[in-house]
Design a protein around this ligand. Structure first.
Ligand SMILES: [Zn+2]
Ligand SMILES: [Zn+2]
Length: 246
């Protein structure tokens, strides 16, 4: 049994980390967007300011929700040795390093695609998912702008996977970095990858801002998170916004 005080300290720590990560990532990409002379979000300055304030408020509530399962998982790892997170880097860990990242990303993407489609059912949309779509169009600050129920569904998967699928902590760091960067850049109002990437193999398989922006425009398509796999398979892929923000 893990000491409840250690659990409380652990979740407070992870919540703080998620908050700092949010301000660093969203703030950093919002700054880059402004430096490029691009105005993301609504055209009208008052509406834009109000939308960004809402995006930050919902994101901070989400950060607390994300911090709790992450903190419980970390405490279980540090004090109970209960997870599948590895620290030793032997040949087995080296061989499993890339496949574990790919598997975590694929499972995270699958979870996101199906829960996201589910949240677009009319009853759930108005109660839960409308918060995320209130950003019209979104900005970098919308990366964690979710209703608490949606945040909880997003917060549970990776900590749960850490109990079942072995992963080296450095590989888990890569997964979390990809999740953070893509979550922010897919909402920041322009495409950061070069046009030749977007028009080639990368853009055909990997989801970037040009793909997710079409979801925020049309709602009933492009539900995926990292890969276009499920959207293609289920015929919900409606392609990319051409020359997005160029
Ligand atoms: Zn979105
Ligand atoms: Zn949606």
């Amino acid at each position: 049994m893990i000491d409840p005080v250690l659990l409380a300290i652990g979740t407070a720590e992870t919540t703080l980390i998620v908050v700092v990560r949010y301000f660093a990532a969203s703030g950093g990409f919002a700054w880059w967007t402004a430096r490029r002379g691009i105005t993301a979000g609504p055209r009208d300055a008052i509406r834009r300011r109000r939308q960004i304030a809402d995006e930050i408020r919902w994101s901070l509530i989400s950060a607390i929700i994300y911090g709790i399962p992450a903190g419980l998982m970390l405490a279980a790892w540090r004090f109970g040795g209960l997870t599948q997170i590895q620290t030793a880097f032997d040949w087995q860990a080296a061989l499993w390093w890339l496949p574990s990242i790919a598997l975590y990303l694929f499972l995270h993407d699958s979870w996101f695609y199906w829960t996201h489609r589910w949240m677009h059912l009319p009853a759930l949309f108005t109660r839960v998912h409308a918060v995320h779509h209130a950003s019209k169009p979104p900005t970098a600050w919308a990366a964690m702008s979710f209703h608490p129920w949606e945040a909880l569904s997003g917060a549970l998967l990776i900590p749960a996977l850490a109990f079942v699928i072995p992963i080296h902590f450095s590989a888990l760091g890569v997964v979390l970095t990809i999740a953070t960067v893509m979550g922010v850049t897919n909402h920041m109002g322009w495409e950061m990858f070069p046009a030749r990437w977007i028009n080639g193999w990368f853009g055909r398989h990997i989801i970037t801002a040009s793909h997710h922006e079409a979801h925020h425009k049309h709602y009933s398509c492009n539900y995926g998170l990292y890969f276009r796999f499920w959207d293609r398979l289920c015929r919900t892929d409606k392609g990319l916004v051409a020359n997005f923000g160029r």
